[in-house]
Design a protein around this ligand. Structure first.
Ligand SMILES: Cc1ncc(COP(=O)(O)O)c(C=O)c1O
Length: 473
């Protein structure tokens, strides 16, 4: 479809979809319209009955393709782009009108699924009230400030705010002016380096298979770019091996600057880090003076307690939050940390779009929904994990076990090729889930359902997975 480059110079009148999207005949607009109506007006049972099929009632429209994308993002020229057209709740339609059940909440960030009605209304309410979309971080507006208060409250349940304010050892400080998890993680890494000081090598103890973002230092923690760093040593330990952790702390002692962990390793086969292991890490950090960071970019906002460290009764020095905080409304992340570590200057860690009052307003809405639906979230997470555990028991020749916790659960396969074949079949079947297979020995299917998942959908997804497992045999 893309025609020759045409500018809007000299045009007047309101901005229009047709012009902006090069959709002069209105066919894309119509496909969106009908697709959205189909998703919103169909019952759950009707939608589940057609997952994996083509929804012919929705017209086909010419859609832009990815010809200008970077190669690693799928640059390809195609006459039939088949990316996402429109989504609602847990379902979405592709541009070729195939119906999918999204078992991963977008890419683990659409906490309440696509276009949640209450968040949709909240967004319009925020705009109508004059909440600006973004502004300079020197003049943060009410939602941005209110969000910092809410995050401190969540990180310190039951504590009196006045007392917290004067307690530099508590998690009473929030860096909120950052747009992405990577920048929030990066801020914690910088504070850790400053805290450690420049006069001795800094050792970072990390879990093998970690993922703390995409900037240079975060990637160094997962083994990349070794040739560009000196005076920093990365020691990767196997998750849940307390003896190895003790040995590493004994060997490097006070040279250790920081310990980093994701409590559920969604970037390594949904390995759940045992609470005792994290408590041991806390003790070892206290003994050596190292700082402990919990990267909750994945776990935050997906459990009734909102913050998973709180669920575990653990007080790290840093809690990194992002991804689902705004339920997918771009862009906002945050670092909650102990007041005594408040040492960065304003421009040491900041993103232009990170003050984002409208996104902060959405984050407050997302948190309120988690609090309101805490019991259902607990029950649905448990039911989904149990369903996968049951499936793992039924297919012992193919599956090792169910992994993860709650909504963030997966299935570990015995064989990588079978895992990949299952993944292809799942996509064909209309189940959008992830396969983690890119490291030696890794063969896990990952899901992270949006929080509105209910028993009906859980039963449907479990049955569909059973069918696929039978077929790949
Ligand atoms: C555990 C973890 N940490 C950090 C990040 C980086 O967050 P962002 O993509 O918002 O920069 C991610 C993103 O997937 C993540 O899963």
């Amino acid at each position: 479809m893309p025609g020759a480059c045409r500018g809007a110079r000299g045009r007047t009148g309101p901005l229009s979809f047709g012009e902006l999207m090069d959709d002069r005949e209105g066919r894309l607009a119509e496909a969106l319209d009908v697709g959205q109506a189909y998703l919103k007006e169909s019952s759950l049972t009707a939608l589940m009955g057609r997952v994996g099929g083509v929804i012919d009632e929705v017209p086909v429209a010419p859609c832009p393709d990815k010809r200008w994308f970077q190669r690693s993002y799928g640059r390809c020229v195609t006459d039939e782009p088949d990316e996402l057209l429109v989504g609602d709740g847990l379902f979405y339609l592709t541009e070729q009108r195939k119906l999918f059940l999204d078992c991963t909440a977008g890419h683990y960030q659409m906490t309440w699924g696509y276009d949640h009605p209450e968040l949709h209304a909240l967004l319009l309410d925020g705009i109508a009230r004059g909440i600006v979309w973004d502004n300079h971080s020197n003049i943060p507006s009410a939602p941005a400030k209110r969000l910092t208060a809410k995050l401190v409250e969540l990180a310190n349940p039951g504590r009196d705010p006045a007392e917290l304010q004067d307690d530099p050892d508590s998690l009473n400080t929030v860096l909120s002016g950052v747009a992405t998890g990577t920048v929030a993680c990066g801020a914690a890494m910088k504070i850790t380096l400053i805290h450690h000081g420049p006069d001795r090598p800094a050792v970072f103890v990390v879990l093998d298979g970690n993922y703390h973002g995409t900037d240079l230092f975060a990637q160094r923690l997962r083994g990349m770019w070794p040739e560009y760093f000196c005076n920093v040593k990365i020691v990767a330990v196997q998750p849940n091996d307390p003896d190895e952790l003790r040995a590493v702390f004994a060997e490097h002692g006070e040279r250790i600057a920081g310990f980093w962990a994701e409590p559920v390793m969604m970037n390594r086969e949904a390995i759940v880090i045992e609470p005792e292991y994290l408590r041991l890490a806390r003790e070892l950090c206290d003994e050596t003076g190292a700082l402990m960071a919990m990267d909750e970019i994945q776990t935050g906002f997906w459990f009734p307690e909102v913050i998973y460290s709180v669920r575990l009764g653990l007080q790290p020095d840093f809690i990194v939050l992002g991804k689902g905080m705004t339920a997918g409304f771009h862009p906002l992340a945050a670092l909650v940390y102990r007041g005594r570590l408040d040492c960065l200057e304003q421009y040491d860690a900041i993103s232009t779009n990170g003050n984002a009052p409208l996104a902060a307003y959405m984050a407050l809405g997302c948190i309120a929904l988690v609090e309101r639906h805490a019991d259902e979230i607990e029950a649905a997470g448990e039911a989904w994990h149990q369903a996968l555990a049951q499936i793992a028991d039924e297919f012992p020749e193919t599956l090792v076990e169910a992994r993860g916790v709650g909504h963030m659960s997966g299935l570990k396969f015995r064989d990588r090729e079978e895992c990949l074949a299952f993944h292809r079949a799942a996509i064909e079947r209309g189940l959008w889930l992830r396969a983690h297979t890119y490291h030696e020995g890794h063969a896990t299917i990952l899901t992270k359902f949006a929080l509105p998942v209910n028993q009906e959908v859980i039963d449907f997804a479990a049955e569909a997975i059973r069918g696929l497992l039978r077929d790949i045999k």
